[in-house]
Ligand binder design. Structure first.
Ligand code: NAD
Length: 351
């Protein structure tokens, strides 16, 4: 069993398992009540949890971003209150990144902080959302604007979940994996670059290695900088434009799809500054498009997307910050970009 350690406000393990439910039962020992938060659309088989010594409460919430809102959170608070959850009880999120973000924030906000366990079932959830302690919901003013740093006490990754995941969501998760390759681990780029959605699905060793490498990158960054000064910002590579496009698309695009476009945009910004070569920008396009990920966006949308950049969490005061590469595996912060530079880079990714 492989384990990766994360040192945040407390230390915890990301455990790679082939039997998530059995491992989860062990994690519940000693808890009087356990709340399992799952999506109405993707409810995993919870029959093993019937063996729990704890009182089991299963809460089904709307799928994806529809559940990451204040209305659902209020319902969860009511459910926890009615079930008598105390500070020694446990919250578990089993699902994609939207579910683990919501479960984590529910745990963070009830009684000023309950322990929680993340069982990510999507690739994006495994390599990104469940690791790092950022929890939250969306606001009408932007994505993930309401939240807390509240690390899980354990993360259980079982790649068997990926069998039922759609090709679209495998690709969306790969955007985050590929991002980790660009910011810190070129071996990810070599391995990801040798595959497509179809071949990576058929190759469990390759997907396991990609996930473990991406989690290692994230765990190292988070352990060195839990609350996001500069080191952790590197994980936001591709996310400044990505988040703006996500909002503009009204969440029709997957997070990873929007990040994919944002990665190419950030690469264009860096190339225009002479930080990376044109070939390195093309490498972004080649690897991301091999997974069917979008690498362009509508030219006409820029007028509406540009103002949304300021809503991103990387903005400080009136400055918009971008994470850029200064080479493969090295990042810098760009915060003095002019409107002309932002416009020109968008022109290079627009259709
Ligand atoms: N906290 C963080 O640090 C962090 C990092 C990255 C992303 N996120 C958040 O994560 C979310 C994106 O995660 P996501 O891409 O997993 O989206 P998601 O949670 O919306 O899941 C995508 C779809 O896949 C389904 N699904 C999940 N697992 C499945 C499986 N095994 N088989 C079949 N269907 C399955 C879900 O029900 C959903 O319909 C966003 O809300 C994003 O903001 C958070």
């Amino acid at each position: 069993m492989t384990m990766i350690f994360v040192q945040a406000e407390h230390s915890y393990e990301v455990t790679f398992t082939k039997s998530w439910a059995i491992d989860l039962v062990k994690r519940c020992e000693g808890r009087t009540r356990v709340a399992v938060i799952v999506s109405k659309s993707f409810a995993p088989d919870l029959s093993t949890l019937k063996n729990l010594d704890s009182e089991l409460h299963v809460f089904e919430v709307p799928d994806g971003e529809d559940g990451k809102d204040i209305a659902t959170l209020t319902k969860l608070w009511d459910w926890l209150g009615a079930a008598g959850f105390t500070r020694s009880d446990l919250v578990i999120g089993i699902g994609g990144g939207a579910i683990t973000d919501l479960a984590g924030f529910t745990a963070a906000s009830w009684l000023r902080g309950l322990d929680w366990v993340a069982v990510p079932t999507s690739l994006a959830g495994m390599v990104d959302a469940s690791v790092g302690g950022k929890t939250g919901i969306n606001s009408d003013y932007g994505k993930n604007l309401i939240g807390a740093f509240h690390s899980p006490v354990a993360v259980l990754i079982d790649t068997n979940f990926l069998i039922s995941l759609s090709d679209r969501d495998i690709a969306a998760g790969m955007a985050e994996v590929i991002k980790c390759g660009f910011i810190a681990d070129p071996k990810i780029l070599a391995l990801a670059g040798a595959h497509s959605v179809t071949t990576v699905r058929q190759n469990p060793e390759a997907i396991s290695e990609l996930i473990q490498r991406a989690v290692t990158v994230k765990a190292q960054v988070v352990s060195s900088d839990f609350k996001e000064s500069f080191a952790r910002e590197s994980l936001n590579y591709g996310h400044t434009l990505g988040h703006a496009i996500e909002i503009f698309s009204k969440y029709k695009l997957r997070h990873g799809e929007a990040v994919s476009i944002g990665l190419v945009y950030a690469a264009e910004l860096a190339s225009a500054r002479g930080l990376i070569s044109k070939e390195e920008v093309e490498l972004h396009r080649t690897i991301l498009s091999a997974y069917g990920l979008p690498i362009t966006y509508d030219r006409q949308a820029w007028q509406k997307i540009a103002p949304l950049l300021a809503l991103d969490k990387k903005a400080r005061g009136n400055t918009i910050r971008f994470v850029a590469l200064s080479g493969i595996g090295a990042t810098v912060r760009l915060e003095d970009l002019t409107s002309a530079e932002l416009d020109a880079a968008y022109e290079r990714i627009s259709v």
